[in-house]
Design a protein around this ligand. Structure first.
Ligand code: 4AZ
Length: 766
């Protein structure tokens, strides 16, 4: 874009003395100076006049699109073809008429440059509507295609798309057909205000026909497809000056699409057109369900994503269960509607713009007298498995499965009749809702309180027996054999130096403090089986706490070498207030145990941050980033690297892994002070993809406890998922995302490290 700014820089004189005034000017000198001054003034005035009056390219340019109704012409098929003589003739007439209309108006004529007719179509159109387009929508190249084509962004797949470009594809199929656009590759810049693709349900770029604007990356396993409501579609690609990506490839096919119909039997299913991809605009489908006489119908929506419209209240697209309710927006999985009749009518309606992925629905019958055979009936009419009653989780959605419970020994009996896992007793959080789980939490005098809140006799502390279930009665005990020492060498000799392991100095005579100092080893070998508790000092020596300078812990990270940390890309994305992508924003605490004792840890500043270039902020795909420390760290007992898995490693489902971090100890809760650890299991990716509604890519690994209760949470992001293999700990994953925390059937999602082994090597040499 041309700029009107001008700056003048005065260069320093090479020899100031030469410029010194020697004597005053004579008469001739004054006249010459005046003539030169007048000439310069005239030149400046001339330039200004030219600049503001004649330089058309400096004027701000706008393109308006709109439609006109032609009332005195019969529509002929040739008008559909922009190359036909009939099209050209009518287009010329329209352009001439527009030109004469604008030139008659003194206000408009000075702004009007020209018009171009893009298409004619036979249907009623609004009288005249004009919409200002994005100022970048200046067509530099333009192509027209008919249906049954492959369209690609310019340069694809050999080179990235060009900067500052606008390309559009007008797609036209045979009358009576719809067009289906399926992207098999879609990889654009993340930020839609820079580069974007828009898909319109018309041949011209009008907002009211905009189906969707897309940017970023879509994996082929979650492909984007769009369907138009008629035989035309417009695809536009707009790019700005920076950040050019590979682009897209899409197939255009002609289809005929029918939806709705009559459904019968005792159960069945149906879905919105093109589900699980985008439904077409301007579409109405009606399903008439009729089940055997005397039975009632129950309808469930496993998935439901329907655009709400600008006014909300289902003013855009909606699903109506006639006589019962109208649904739109995003609904919880398995939202249910019942009718006390053997007939149900379901209508789906989409308006002219803004589409979404739609819904899937299943229906089944129920007996009016026994609505939940062999199941528990919630107050909201849902039926849940009886085994889910009184398990501490709200399975009904209205908590009625957790009322009036008799709890078993593994649960706390709350006074209000609900049960909560014993694990949550005396943890400072009111889980019961009436504080029952937080009463009587102290131990009697003469008793020791274990880390898991169990009380054991004080006499049992440091008696070399693990009396607390978590062994915490034997933590931190000094042993006679190395009294007041922190380290016993391989030959049994005690040394008093704190953390002598792997600090680069031979402290033990036998060198045992400096042997095995490479990755994945702990200085302190003790470890426990846990379900969310404090880690031991040095148990995760690769764990890092990333703070925004002088504020608080934000994310975790893992040490992989003296210079490099691995974290999550989503931890280093800028927001309007904080430049998380800048190394200067951060300080990294290595060897930290409790956030209260930062002074005991090693603080490092960062030299650079390398987020993965294909990180997708919508899908969290490729959620990984590298951080280089500004100076190498010296390893010690509490600061050590974790081993990286090789590219071919697979972590089988069912394998136990450890997660650690200072994140929230409850969904929506606050962060932990002392480093927490938990053991979870790897979950099969196909199962996980099902549970997470198809959002899992091959760059993600799932781990968790499907019954809920153990998980990573907000603030653990970027931290390690560590796995033991051949007596070393390996970085199996990086904490990435999840649907809340520790919910039933909602595993934690981790970045799948083997997929990034080569990338780490390339970027760091590690
Ligand atoms: C987070 O917001 C986050 N339950 C991290 C992990 C999980 C959820 C949220 C997994 O950083």
């Amino acid at each position: 874009r041309p700029t009107c700014d001008g700056t003048v820089t005065f260069l320093p004189a090479s020899d100031n003395k030469k410029l010194e005034k020697k004597r005053g000017p004579g008469k001739v000198g004054i006249i010459v100076a005046l003539v030169i001054f007048a000439a310069i003034l005239a030149l400046i005035i001339g330039l200004l006049v030219w600049h503001f009056h004649f330089r058309k390219d400096l004027k701000s340019q706008r393109i308006y699109t709109g439609s006109l109704r032609i009332t005195n012409q019969a529509f002929v098929d040739a008008y559909e073809n922009p190359d036909s003589a009939e099209f050209k003739d009518l287009a010329n007439q329209v352009m001439a008429q527009l030109k004469s209309m604008y030139s008659e108006s003194p206000q408009l004529s000075k702004y009007y440059v020209g018009s171009k007719v893009q298409a004619f179509r036979y249907v009623c159109i609004v009288n005249l509507s004009l919409t200002a387009l994005d100022t970048r929508l200046f067509s530099k190249t333009r192509s027209e295609y008919s249906a049954e084509e492959i369209i690609t962004s310019p340069g694809f797949p050999d080179k990235p798309y060009a900067p500052n470009s606008f390309v559009q594809w007008q797609l036209r199929g045979d009358p009576g057909h719809m067009l289906k656009l399926s992207f098999d590759t879609f990889n654009l810049e993340e930020d839609c205000s820079n580069d974007f693709v828009r898909v319109y349900d018309s041949l011209v770029a009008m907002d009211k026909h905009l189906m969707e604007e897309e940017c970023g990356f879509y994996s082929p396993s979650n492909p984007l497809t769009f369907i138009s409501s008629r035989n035309v579609m417009l695809v536009t690609l707009v790019t700005n000056e920076e950040g050019n990506f590979p682009g897209f490839r899409a197939r255009v096919t002609q289809i005929k699409l029918a939806c709705g119909g009559k459904l019968s039997g005792t159960s069945g299913s149906f879905k919105s057109p093109n589900f699980p991809s985008y439904y077409p605009p301007n579409t109405t489908c009606q399903w008439d369900i009729e089940v055997p006489d005397g039975k009632y119908v129950k309808l469930r929506f496993p998935k439901f994503m329907v655009s709400t419209g600008s006014l909300n209240h289902c003013s855009g697209d909606y699903v109506q269960i006639v006589g019962k309710s109208t649904l739109c927006g995003q609904q919880l999985a398995n939202t249910m509607v019942t009718v006390n009749s053997n007939k149900m009518t379901v209508v789906f309606k989409s308006d002219s713009s803004q589409v979404d992925r739609g819904f899937s629905a299943t229906y089944e019958i129920f007996e009016p007298t026994d609505p939940c055979p062999d199941k528990f009936q919630c107050d909201n009419k849902r039926c849940v498995n009886p085994s889910l009653r009184c398990d501490g989780w709200n399975d009904c959605g209205d908590s009625t499965d957790e009322r009036s419970c008799k709890c078993d020994a593994s649960m706390i009996q709350c006074r209000n009749g609900i049960c909560k896992p014993m694990l949550w007793r005396c943890d400072g959080v009111n889980d019961c809702g009436d504080d029952t789980d937080e009463l009587n939490c102290g131990c009697k005098t003469g008793e020791f309180k274990c880390n898991d809140n169990q009380c054991v006799s004080e006499m049992k502390k440091c008696d070399r027996n693990r009396d607390c279930k978590d062994g915490s009665d034997e933590d931190g005990c000094s042993r006679e054999i190395c009294k007041d020492s922190t380290f016993m060498c391989g030959n049994g000799k005690c040394i008093t130096k704190p953390n002598p392991m792997c600090d680069g100095q031979d402290d033990c005579d036998d060198g045992s403090d400096e042997s095995n100092c490479n990755c994945g080893k702990r200085a302190y070998t003790k470890s426990r089986i846990v379900g969310g508790q404090e880690a031991d000092v040095g148990e995760f020596p690769w764990q890092v706490s990333l703070h925004v300078k002088n504020t608080a812990h934000v994310c975790g990270a893992s040490i992989i070498s003296e210079r490099w940390l691995v974290t999550a890309a989503h931890c280093v994305q800028d927001d309007p207030k904080i430049k998380y992508s800048q190394p200067g924003t951060w300080e990294a605490y290595l060897g930290l145990h409790t956030q209260k004792e930062k002074q005991k840890a090693t603080k490092k500043l960062l030299k650079q941050i390398i987020p993965h270039k294909n990180y997708n902020s919508h899908t969290y795909d490729n959620d990984i980033a590298l951080m280089e420390l500004d100076s190498p760290v010296t390893f010690s007992a509490t600061i050590r690297p974790i081993c990286l898995p090789t590219a071919t490693d697979v972590f089988p489902a069912g394998e136990t892994v450890s997660i650690s971090g200072w994140g929230a100890t409850r969904e929506g809760g606050s962060g932990a002070t002392v480093l927490q650890k938990a053991n979870v299991r790897i979950i099969n990716s196909t199962v996980c993809d099902e549970l997470m509604n198809g959002q899992i890519t091959s760059r993600m690994t799932c781990a968790g406890v499907l019954s809920g209760g153990v998980d990573a949470c907000q603030g653990d992001s970027g931290g390690p998922m560590s796995i033991l293999s051949n007596e070393r700990m390996y970085l199996a994953g990086v904490v990435s995302w999840g649907d809340g925390c520790a919910r039933r059937d909602k595993p934690g999602i981790y970045t799948n490290m083997p997929k990034f082994r080569a990338w780490i090597k390339e970027k760091t040499g590690v």
